[in-house]
Design a protein around this ligand. Structure first.
Ligand code: GLU
Length: 474
């Protein structure tokens, strides 16, 4: 076996890629990148009743949006059922597993009697040592693994430390059902082995499965991959993550206007840290990530922190790059398609020019779209309530004068020229600058907040600016 690290992300396609799954994928990805290894993708579609193609597509889409790339083609677990079957039969041949012909009624009676004694439901091993010749004629048995009866199984977990499971608690579980289909427990082991997985990184809800899976590895004489069971994500209040807390599909985060890089930064910091570093680029995360540094305690998901972090990433990003992401995200944002439909080259250039001002006031792409709406508005502009208030009283008179002042700008139409003209007008008329700038902003954008009003004038250009102001004074 080579020393190269091979991780895998193994989602069950029964729903969207939720935020916990995205973090598991991220840790696998970061670890593989950090070590110069590979991350493989396996779709655990063995449960035919619950797996859908739509869910698989949503998971691939979510991973792609986040930039969590995988090596090679995704592996379908279901398609590997013949191999799972062959290994189960091999274990029978090796004397490490056996056919069990217990009937459903017998199994139910076993569970009943365990319950009555206050014990966990366990298979009592009644076929473990029987001779195959005793098999009922024509019956197709299930295959059960021979679990060790004494001692303990220790999972050497890179996150949890050594976790001990008394073997008396591991019963002879089924690896192949009587209908010939593998159980999930068995399929995972055979796949991880065949795919050459060196490191399993997954949620700690799989920790008890790890002990059972080790029984299969040992029976086959296979190396057990290094295990890392990462703590689940909880809500900000410490309770199990629910929809209200953010247990949504990653596409919901795209629609809320988060940048992939910011979401990854946030997820990476949920349960892992690198000193006091809070803001990290993807390159930083790859350079710094180590699975051994992941905390044992449950992490708490906090929307306010994610939002603040997203704002920081937006401001740090160069404008051309931010514009590209913004445009790519428009189809998913509320009101985005309408902006996309009007985004010609002129408007793209205007947007780029306005970005430095816009991103100062936006923590998400949704807020950015909202702030940029004035660029895409059709005259006469819809004026919101607060803006309407700024246009009341004597504001229209002041605006009339401002219109004249702007109209007389003779040189280039720049933010500086507009500022000089407006300042001169305010001074001459005895108005405070704000008394001119506020109604001007309202007329130009239809809102009470926007990037600096002189920048807005510059971005909109002479003709459109004057027309928008004129609309409010006629
Ligand atoms: N398919 C399992 C899940 O989505 C993951 C199994 C594993 O990582 O071993 O929870």
């Amino acid at each position: 076996m080579s020393d190269k690290v091979v991780t895998r992300f193994a989602p069950s396609p029964t729903g969207f890629l939720h935020i916990g799954g995205a973090r598991t994928a991220l840790f696998n990805w970061l670890y593989s990148k950090h070590t110069g290894g590979k991350m493989l993708l396996r779709i655990e579609d063995t449960d035919r009743g619950r797996s859908t193609d739509a869910a698989t597509a949503a998971i691939l889409d979510g991973l792609s949006w986040l930039g969590l790339t995988w090596d090679g083609e995704p592996v379908s677990q279901f398609e590997r059922a013949p191999r799972h079957r062959a290994v189960a039969e091999e274990l029978v041949r090796l004397g490490k597993a056996y056919y069990c012909y217990a009937t459903p009624a017998e199994l139910e009676a076993m569970r009943e009697s365990a319950r009555a004694k206050g014990l966990p439901p366990r298979y009592d091993g009644r076929w473990r040592d029987r001779d195959p010749s005793e098999a009922p004629a024509g019956a197709k048995g299930a295959i059960r693994i021979k679990a060790p009866a004494d001692g303990e199984t220790v999972v050497h977990d890179l996150v949890q430390g050594d976790v001990r499971f008394p073997n008396k608690d591991l019963d002879d579980f089924i690896i192949l059902r009587s209908d010939g289909n593998p159980t999930y427990m068995h399929a995972v082991v055979v796949d991880d082995h065949d795919m050459g997985i060196t490191h399993i990184i997954r949620g700690d809800d799989h920790l008890t499965n790890a002990a059972r899976q080790m029984v299969i590895y040992r029976a086959m004489g296979w190396d057990v991959p290094a295990m890392s069971h990462i703590p689940l994500i909880h809500g900000a209040d410490g309770a199990k993550l629910s929809k209200r807390h953010g247990a949504l599909g990653v596409e919901a985060y795209r629609a809320m206007g988060y940048l992939p890089e910011a979401l990854l930064n946030y997820l990476a910091r949920l349960g892992w840290s690198h000193g006091d570093d809070e803001i990290m680029s993807i390159a930083d995360m790859i350079a710094w990530f180590d699975i051994g540094d992941v905390n044992k305690g449950a992490a708490r998901f906090d929307f306010a922190k994610l939002e603040a972090l997203n704002g920081v990433h937006m401001r740090r990003m160069n404008d051309a790059e931010l514009l590209d992401i913004f445009i790519a995200t428009l189809p998913y944002l509320e009101g985005g398609p309408a902006i996309a439909a009007r985004l010609d080259d002129t408007r793209k250039a205007q947007l780029l020019a306005a970005l430095p001002g816009l991103k100062e006031r936006a923590k998400t792409l949704v807020e950015l779209a909202d702030g940029a709406a004035f660029l895409f508005a059709e005259r006469p502009l819809p004026i919101d309530e607060k803006a309407a208030a700024l246009l009341g009283g004597g504001a229209r008179e002041i605006l009339r004068g401002a219109h004249v002042a702007l109209k007389t700008i003779s040189g280039d139409w720049t933010a500086e020229a507009a500022e000089a003209a407006i300042r001169e007008y305010a001074l001459a008329g005895g108005h405070k600058l704000g008394a001119v700038a506020q109604p001007l902003r309202a007329a130009l954008t239809g809102k009470s907040t926007s990037p600096g009003v002189f920048d807005v004038l510059a971005v909109l250009g002479r003709e459109e600016s004057l027309a928008r102001v004129a609309d409010q004074i006629d």
